[in-house]
Design a protein around this ligand. Sequence first.
Ligand code: ADP
Ligand code: MG
Length: 863
Amino acid sequence: MTEQRNGGGTPLMQQYREIKARHQAAILFFRMGDFYEMFFDDAELGARVLGITLTSRGDGVPLAGVPVKAAADYLRQLVAAGHRVAICEQVEDPRLAKGIVRREVVETVTPGALLQDGWVAGGRNNWIVALAAARATVGLAAVDLSTGEFALETLDEATLEEALTRLAPAEIVVPGGVELRAMPAADGALRTEREQWEFDPALAREEIGRRFALASLDGLGLEPGDDAAVGAAGALLRYLVELQPSGLSHLARPSVRRSGAHLWLDEMTRRNLELVEPLRAGARGTTLLETIDATVTPMGARLLRQWVLSPLSDAGEIERRLDAVDVLVQDARARARIREALDGVRDLERLGGRAAAGRATPRELGALRDSFHRLPDVLEGLTSLAGRTRSDLLGALERDFDLLGDLGARLDAGLEDRLPAAVADGGVIRAGFDAELDELRALRDGGRQYIATLQGRERERTGIPSLKVGFNKVFGYFLEVTHAHAARVPADYERRQTLAGAERYVTPELKEYEAKVLGAEERMATREAALFEGLRSDVGRAVARVQRAAAVLARLDVWASLADRAASCRYVRPAVGDGFGLRLRASRHPVIERLMPRENFIPNDAHFDAAERVLLVTGPNMAGKSTILRQIGLCVVLAQIGSFVPAEAAEIGVVDRLFTRVGASDNLARGQSTFMVEMSETSAILHNATARSLVLLDEIGRGTSTYDGVAIAWAVTEHLHDRVGCKTMFATHYHELMQLPERLAHARNYNVAVREAGDTVVFLHRLEPGGTDRSYGIHVAQLAGLPAAVVRRAREVLLTLEGEHRVVPGAPARPADPEQLDLLGHAAASHPLLERIRELDLDSLTPIEALVRLAELQKEARG
Ligand code: ADP
Ligand code: MG
């Protein structure tokens, strides 16, 4: 260490303070020799988060350090914990420095600005999002620095929540002092405040124009209403340049996303349908994405995820995607060939980005080369597809296909077949690529060879058979002679080192060749590094092409994957159009059917049309109500991403918004839930659903007392039927709701059938027209393993109760006056005990608990 560490007022600490003052919001990694040191509060925070020792300097300044060699790991931990880290390097050679070594912050790593290799999962994006508010809209700009994707959206308050939950950004950049209402949706993201003026649209237009060499932004598809999004993009770029001065050359031109072109899925719907995340954290194989993802490249996996989170809502566009999948379904051989060729293509987007940022290692460049080699096979597979002219999109892929042959050839010529992890390890550049490097290598090898022959010659000259030539880092090359032969050492040997059993010598001749070898090695390393750098920047300059190629491969991968699943899981091509109807014949739940032995899942039909658009589904617990509801939602999502669907036939009128709600006691997603939450979610549907929407309600109203629950469910259904006019399915155990079709022209009753077999029931899992009149609660209790005596007693109790109060569900009495419904009518007749039995949630009771409840009921009944 050449610098003094002690003394708070030393020039070193002064330098530290100056740099820290410009990076207040970050932990400063201050390079000192082989360590990054943290001082003051940073040291305390760093020591706590990283579990490393906090020490203090002579003058009492708190200090904690991490070795540079292991820094990446510590850095990752700090960023994962939501911190920013500014990396301050020594930017001149300490040996040449006069006084204090010059230091500068070379990059700042934040959760949203990661260029480090392997820190983000391959199958998902890592978004940083900037938001700017205009009068009635919010502008959003999103960048994934690892892939170079850049997207703009103009949103309103409701769609902002949708966007934030879809992107799940790692970091959010907002103007200082501005509160955005939808912000809670993005909790977990680091929040970064920037100056208001940075969000100015006019400044941003200039900045974007300059960066992407655009005379005007018209070509990007921006409209006058997109100003706030443009402003957000400008602020985001400015921030990213500050964080990663050399890391933006691979950013793609911003693309504009219009929410009107997509199926709106809110967060509850995504969660209830388990589109990409399981309801129970850690569960495997339960999401739609896992079920349909057979992609073989990371960019394909990311694209499929984006599509599942954001399906389309334009029938024409969906049909075009379906055409592509269809062609790939028909030709299994070409499909297999394409998938085989794609398998092994590495993450071109991220590797290309790393090359452009000057960060790619020799192995990463090698991975790019190997990937480029596979492209001709991919293209051949594509052109061999029978009937590909039936798909516009596949035709476009073929036209846009860039084999990147020139880059591949360049890397072939320059890079060795097997590559080391770091350039400094040597052996990166292939022999024959560069005359100077070859010459230096020959010089070094010649020197080594010469030194090796020297051993034989010296043995002969001295007559010492055990004399040998060796090398170590401190003394360089030497001649080693054991003490036994000390007397025979010639006069021109110069002693360098004494060991226990031997002496080590050098000769002028040995030193001369050593200088040649070592000199050549040093120049060789410099030359090799420069050549590697050249190859890397060749790729870096072509990064836009690499990324376009990656985008082509991603689509092909996704379509081939969808086709593969369609073929192996017996999915059918849906007819997607602009009509209102939704018809599924023999449809299945894509996830549950895969978790069951083949053919065990019972297929079901479902029909919605303008005349019959509100379907009420009753049936006992475990009958399969929730399953059919979700299966309809999943089929719509699949169809609208352009996938085949698990059914024998499907006709799908495009849906603009899909809502799924699950009542409190059924809802695993929320864990601790309140009725209030359930109601505010229901309210969001009533405000946002249109006639083109699909609303799936599962036991809504459960979170409150029966009367309240029925009343609310009733009113919600009426509203959807009369005012909204959308397709609705409502699964409910409130038999009272079965009266609705009597009063609502477009509502129908369905039930999920069970068959009674003696004392027990068999679940048929079949959706049938008409209502049910029994809830089979006791049958279910029996199936759940309640002791026989308890079940018998429960039957007696039930009979008694039914005998005393004939108010049992499904009673035919139907008042003429809508305000005097059966449910209100039987309020007077209902017995508190009956009410309590009705409210028992048998699913959540253990047999023992059930027995205890029954004993309580009996005690009360006996008075
Ligand atoms: P409910 O909502 O009526 O209580 P669920 O939809 O939760 O019932 O279904 C209960 C169980 O029944 C599911 O976990 C599943 O194993 C089985 N099931 C549901 N539908 C089917 C079906 N169509 N074919 C086979 N099994 C089914
Ligand atoms: Mg259910």
